[in-house]
Write a protein that binds this ligand. Structure first.
Ligand SMILES: [Fe+2]
Length: 105
């Protein structure tokens, strides 16, 4: 059984956010290097701090993506038949994440 559309949307949003972070890291890295080449030590230091923050955000998004992507490809438990033939319903990590971001499944 395929996952709900919401989980795939969440996975796509995380991927888009990671693309933004990588774009930002490329920009800050270049400008930091220019600052270093021009002897602007204070500016280079601030830009490196920003670059580090972008990297940390990317790592958090990677951790989230690793969980949501696995969840997205896993069959939905709530629609699978249990031993008695009736559908079982359990609160999955996906449900909790979707609730946290305001996207009920
Ligand atoms: Fe960012």
């Amino acid at each position: 059984m395929a996952r709900s559309r919401g989980v795939w949307i969440l996975a796509a949003l995380i991927a888009a956010a990671q693309r933004v972070e990588h774009y930002e890291m490329a920009g800050y890295g270049c400008v930091r290097t220019y600052a270093e080449l021009m002897g602007e030590k204070q500016a280079a230091k601030v830009l490196q701090k920003t670059l580090d923050e972008e990297g940390a955000t990317d790592k958090r998004l990677t951790g989230l993506a690793e969980r949501i992507n696995v969840t997205a490809k896993t069959p939905t438990k709530s629609k699978a038949a249990g031993k008695n033939g009736r559908a079982t319903r359990s609160k999955t990590m996906t449900s909790r994440i979707m609730e946290a971001v305001g996207m009920e499944s």
